[in-house]
Design a protein around this ligand. Sequence first.
Ligand code: C5P
Length: 219
Amino acid sequence: NNLRVVTLDGPAGVGKTTLAKRVAQELSIAYLDTGAMFRIFGWKFGEAAPTMTEEELEAHIAQYTFSLSGFGFDSVLSVNGTPVGDEIRTEEVAALASSVAKLPVVRTALKRVQREISTNTSLVAEGRDMGTVVFPSAKYKFFLDATAEERGARRFKQLQELGQPADLELIISQIKERDKQDRTRTIAPLIPAEDAHIIDTTELDIDGVFTAIMQFFAD
Ligand code: C5P
């Protein structure tokens, strides 16, 4: 089909992943989780990154090859042939991801990988700079937003449902900290593309946001 790329950007905890997968499923195209790429790097060498030279960073980055297969809910992102697992889904890894995400060498490398993946398949690309930097000419761009308090409350509820310990105040402060880091960095800061459809999800549930997005594909 001729959709090519749909971009879905926004801050932490806004529901991007759930929505991006659903939109990809509905459109029968692949789903690309670009946050997972930064998380892998954060997890693998995030602690050491601040003290590395550009050459050292490049040498680390060169050890990882990403590939994407399947579509919709069954999209699978792999690193060196192994599907990305749940070990990167912690707030510690997210914070490390956010700190490596400030580094120009890291961003340049991942931008190249992300564009290359898009040459083989149509996709919904989820991240922070998909509409602004990586796919500026994408036809469909969305930017989801919600207050930090609302995003924190959703995350809190999720953890409670999983029976995991959760501290609402702590979650909100971690979200605000990561937002600040993502919005204020010099390269590719979190900001809506000029031509993105901005959807405030504070008062909407997942179905409401999904419907709002799909209206743009009505014809
Ligand atoms: O989306 P997710 O929470 O998994 O992303 C983790 C971190 O990776 C973000 O906080 C952000 O710093 C970084 N990131 C980015 N650009 C993207 C996707 C994620 O800088 N396109």
